[in-house]
Design a protein around this ligand. Structure first.
Ligand code: FES
Length: 96
């Protein structure tokens, strides 16, 4: 996976394990879900209408463009929710 975000600071914070499509990944404690996912991946979800990739819009919890699906079926705003250890996300692969 190639990330959209690049971590420039706080490289020494404790690691926080999580999963994307069943694959073990790692971010840093204190990261938002958006930061954790977009340092690894180019998008958070695909639109229901066109299938185009989305990576958030407002980045402050107002638009819901960053809502990601968890394996348990719950959806969460990635930009305004802190990553918790062992969260499990389902991120569809971009096909075009
Ligand atoms: S990017 Fe708008 S709510 Fe998260």
């Amino acid at each position: 996976m190639s990330g959209l975000f690049m971590r420039l600071v706080d490289q020494d914070r404790k690691r926080c394990p999580f999963f994307v499509n069943g694959v073990a990944c790692s971010a840093r404690h204190g990261d938002t879900i958006m930061t954790a996912l977009l340092t690894l991946n180019s998008h958070l979800r695909l639109t229901e209408f066109t299938g185009s990739p989305r990576a958030g819009f407002c980045l402050m919890g107002a638009c819901q463009d960053c809502v990601v699906l968890q394996e348990n079926g719950e959806r969460v705003r990635a930009c305004s929710t802190l990553l918790q250890e062992n969260m499990r996300f389902v991120i569809p692969e971009q096909t075009r």
